[in-house]
Design a protein around this ligand. Structure first.
Ligand code: MG
Length: 395
C-alpha cells in the first residue's frame, strides 16, 4: 500500500549520527526495529515492572508485553492512516527502554536521588540507552538509530535537558522542546497507542489481581457501555464461570472503539489540513487525536485507575519498598564505586564533558540502576545492604 505524503519516508530520513551504508534488503526503519529487538535493554524489559511487580504473578503485563501491545495498536492505526508501520513499530518497541526497575516508583526514586546531579527522566534515559549505553558495535556506542526513531523515543524532555541535547547535537532531537514543534505523525501515534494500551491492560491486570472488582469498573462510562452491550449480545457471559471472558470481551470492545475513534477523527483532520510532508507535520499543531467525547472518556478511565489501582494500598506498599531499594542502591554505589562492575560507564560518560566529576559519577550509578531488572535490583540490594525486602521474589 502506498504511504500518505505526510508519512515518514525512510529514503528521506535525516539519517544516523554515525554514517552507515544502507542495508541491502531493509529500509532504515526496519533496520532500527531489528536493532532494538536485538538490544540488551529490550530483553531486560521482560523482567521489568509495568504496574505489578514482576514476581507478583506470571500473567500480568511486563514492560515487554506492554511494549508489544503498543506496537500492535500503533501498527494497526498506522496502516489505516497510511503512516509508516516500521517506524511506528521501532518507536513503540523502544519507547520504554529507559525505564528503571519497579516501574514509576523506581523512576521517581531515582529522579529524587539524582536531584543535584541533573535529575533522571525515563524518556531521556530511553534515548540514552539507544544513543550511548548499548555496547555492541565496534564503531560506536549505542545502536545508531535514525533521527526519526530517536525523535519518537524522546517523548518528553525538560527544557534544561533539551538545551543540553541541543548543545551536543545542534538541530537534533532536543530542538522541538525548545522550538515547540511536533514530532512525526508516527511518534504522535505511539504516544496515543501507549495510552490506549495501558488504560486497557491496567484494567485487565487490576481486575485479574483482585485489586479492582469488575462491579467497581462500572462507574467508568466506557467500560460500563461495553460491558452492558457485551451482556446483551452474549447473555451467557453473565454466568460466574464466564467472568474472565466478559472482562476480555469488554476490554476488547473498548480498545476497538478507541482505535476506530482515533482513526476516524485523525483521518478527517489529515484530510482537512493535508500536510505536504513530515516537516509540514512538525510545524503544525498535533494532528492525531481522539474526538472530544473519547478524550473525556479516556480521562475518566485514567482517573479511575489512578484512584483505585495506582494508589491502591497494596500497590503503594510494594512501591514504597521499591523506592527504598532504589534509594539504598544509589547510596551504596555512590559511596562504594568499586561495587559497580569494572569499567561500567567508561564508554557512556565519554561525551559528557559538560558534567562535573560528581555529576558524572552519579550519572554512571543512575545508568547502572536504571538498566537493572526488578529481580537483579533486589538481589544487588540484598548483597549490598544485607536486607531482603521482597520476600516472595525468587532468588
Ligand atoms: Mg509505555
Amino acid at each position: 500500500m502506498e504511504l500518505a505524503p505526510y508519512a515518514s519516508d525512510p529514503a528521506q530520513s535525516r539519517g544516523r549520527r554515525f554514517f552507515e551504508f544502507d542495508a541491502p534488503t531493509r529500509t532504515a526503519y526496519q533496520r532500527d526495529r531489528d536493532r532494538i529487538v536485538h538490544s540488551t535493554a529490550f530483553r531486560r524489559l521482560v523482567y521489568k515492572t509495568q504496574v505489578f511487580l514482576n514476581h507478583e504473578g506470571d500473567l500480568f503485563r511486563t514492560r515487554l508485553t506492554h511494549s508489544l501491545e503498543v506496537a500492535q495498536l500503533g501498527r494497526s492505526v498506522a496502516r489505516s492512516l497510511r503512516l509508516n508501520e516500521d517506524l511506528v513499530e521501532a518507536i513503540a518497541l523502544a519507547h520504554d527502554l529507559g525505564h528503571t526497575p519497579f516501574g514509576h516508583a523506581g523512576q521517581d526514586a531515582l529522579n529524587a536521588c539524582m536531584q543535584g546531579y541533573g535529575g533522571f527522566e525515563h524518556n531521556l534515559q530511553s534515548l540514552r540507552v539507544v544513543d550511548q549505553l548499548e555496547a555492541c558495535y565496534p564503531q560506536f556506542d549505542g545502536i545508531n538509530l535514525t533521527f526519526e526513531t530517536r525523535e519518537g523515543i524522546l517523548k518528553h524532555c525538560s527544557r534544561a535537558n533539551a538545551e543540553i541535547l541541543e548543545a551536543r547535537e545542534p538541530d537534533g532531537v532536543g530542538r522541538r522542546f525548545l522550538a515547540a514543534t511536533q514530532p512525526s505523525l508516527e511518534a504522535q501515534l505511539c504516544n496515543l497507542a501507549d495510552e490506549i494500551a495501558y488504560n486497557a491492560h491496567d484494567i485487565d491486570d487490576g481486575v485479574r489481581s483482585g485489586l479492582i472488582a469488575m462491579e467497581q469498573m462500572l462507574e467508568v462510562t466506557l467500560f460500563e457501555r461495553h460491558h452492558h452491550q457485551a451482556l446483551l449480545d452474549f447473555p451467557g457471559l453473565g454466568a460466574k464461570q464466564s467472568q474472565r471472558r466478559l472482562l476480555f470481551e469488554t476490554i476488547r470492545r473498548m480498545l476497538s472503539e478507541q482505535v476506530y475513534d482515533l482513526i476516524a477523527v485523525s483521518g478527517v483532520e489529515l484530510a482537512a489540513s493535508q500536510p505536504s510532508g513530515p516537516d509540514d507535520v512538525r510545524h503544525s499543531p498535533p494532528m492525531l487525536a481522539f474526538s472530544a467525547e473519547m478524550r473525556s472518556l479516556s480521562v475518566q478511565l485514567k482517573q479511575f485507575l489512578f484512584r483505585n489501582l495506582y494508589r491502591h494500598p497494596q500497590v503503594v506498599q510494594t512501591t514504597d519498598l521499591a523506592k527504598q531499594v532504589v534509594r539504598e542502591l544509589f547510596a551504596s554505589y555512590l559511596a562504594a564505586p568499586q561495587e559497580l562492575p569494572t569499567n561500567f560507564g567508561a564508554d557512556s560518560v565519554a561525551d559528557v564533558q559538560l558534567l562535573t566529576t560528581a555529576q558524572t559519577h552519579a550519572r554512571v550509578v543512575a545508568d547502572y540502576i536504571a538498566g537493572m531488572t526488578d529481580r537483579f535490583a533486589a538481589r544487588e540490594h540484598k548483597r549490598l545492604t544485607g536486607q531482603r525486602l521482597f520476600t516472595q521474589m525468587a532468588e
